[in-house]
Design a protein around this ligand. Sequence first.
Ligand code: SAM
Length: 286
Amino acid sequence: AMNYRHAFHAGNHADVLKHVVLLALCDALTRKPSPCFALDTHAGRGLYRLDGEAAQTTGEARDGISRLLAESPRQPLLRRYLAAVQACRARHGDSAYPGSPWLLGYALRAQDRIAVCELHPEEAHVLRSQLAGDPRLTVHERDGYQALKALLPPRHGATRFGRGLVLIDPPYEAQLAEFDIALAALHDGLIRWPQGMFALWYPIKQGRTLQPFRRAAARLPAKSALLLELLVRPDDSPLRMNGSGMLLLNPPWQFDSAMGSALEALRDALGEAGASTRVDWLRAPP
Ligand code: SAM
């Protein structure tokens, strides 16, 4: 069933974490002039409106992007993210919120290429119209896991990309089964494109139920594997999304210390009593 619509959740604490990390990964990639490639397997609509009916129904952005803007944190990675959101609003209006395809277009350069996949026909249609006219970007209306096999290793004409990133941001409608599907996709992707950086977002209800996932992630064929987690409240209720995490394979140099300070600043800005962060090398870089 494809019932998930990201418009209900755009700009919540999970989106904030995901998009802070995504921009930091892009910035690490663009420090060198050679072209890079980005694949967004579960792209969504590309652009959201926080004053729209879907966003207003849940009000999730109030405890996410809206609160962070009000806190105006000084941590550099958070400032970078807020500047991106402000740039999006300058272009699309005060209640706009950027999705991952928009952020990739914003952070990457003329020489870079971006492929985004969205399986839901209506979402894909909106995504196409939102991003039309960007010659760097291709929208694929297809299954993102299948696309990962078809599109890696990335090529563009004679260009082969040595560097780049893959973002996997599924809806987890299949609950825990989605973790296994995503791990299999990461395994495939790493074999096809060992130089690539890979990022998987995941929701956290109760962190301890994710131990099998963390153990399996540690066995992926990557040079290094890092977990970043932000719990905005204690993870004692199985009914709510109490936090979320990013599994990063082959992350940039010293990403753990840069992100550690960003996570603490996010916890201070968005967390309730008992909020916490976690930065764990499942496999330390060689
Ligand atoms: N990455 C987006 C962002 O950060 O702005 C949000 C993506 S949302 C969490 C997940 C999206 O994946 C939904 O729009 C859903 O329609 C889409 N989707 C679900 N299954 C998919 C699949 N197998 N392949 C591609 N897209 C899929």
